[in-house]
Design a protein around this ligand. Structure first.
Ligand SMILES: Cc1cc2nc3c(=O)[nH]c(=O)nc-3n(C[C@H](O)[C@H](O)[C@H](O)COP(=O)(O)O)c2cc1C
Length: 160
């Protein structure tokens, strides 16, 4: 048995690499790197994400009540860092990035290997992130070919 170290323990959690798309009331779109996301119900089909409460993304999701989740493949390390830089203006992080929109208007990235879009049913702020509970209203494979990656596989981490 090793010494107790909650930070070391939680750092072994396995996460997929996500890009959370969002939409402001003025129609401008944004995308943010995240990994704290998971399906949390079959019926209804719910997906929850934890977003820094003071982030641009959280403000967008609070105001329009929608978000997209882009499941990202390997080889997107640089894109993940671009999407993790603080956004200064609405479309800043999406400049030069190809995307489409579906029902909600939140961006679906061409580089993603799977996507869903959600309408927020509920939210809670038990700590320093706001958890948004989204009902999955659409989704699909692609548009890119390949498998989703993990944070460990592309040498990034966000846990502790
Ligand atoms: C690998 C990685 C994973 C991240 N995961 C999350 C996450 O799950 N939730 C979150 O709120 N921020 C996460 N971040 C941090 C945000 O991407 C970053 O703070 C971003 O600048 C917030 O953008 P905004 O304030 O402009 O919306 C992660 C960053 C990296 C590099």
């Amino acid at each position: 048995m090793t010494d107790s170290d909650p930070s070391a323990g939680i750092s072994k959690a396995v996460y997929g690499l996500l890009a959370v798309g969002s939409l402001a009331e003025d129609g401008s779109k944004d995308v943010m790197t995240a990994n704290w996301g998971s399906q949390i119900s079959f019926e209804p089909r719910l997906y929850a994400i934890a977003v820094q409460s003071d982030s641009h993304t959280a403000a967008n999701i609070k105001s329009t009540g929608v978000f997209s989740i882009n499941f990202m493949p390997g080889g997107t390390h640089d894109l993940a860092l671009k999407f993790a830089a603080h956004s200064t203006s609405g479309e800043g992080r999406l400049e030069g990035v190809e995307f489409a929109t579906h029902e909600t208007g939140a961006p679906i990235l061409k580089a993603a290997v799977g996507w869903i879009e959600c309408r927020v049913l509920d939210s809670n702020q038990p700590g320093d992130h706001t958890v948004f509970f989204g009902e999955v209203i659409d989704g699909g494979e692609g548009p890119a070919e390949g498998d989703p990656t993990t944070l460990a596989a592309i040498d990034l981490s966000y846990a502790g």
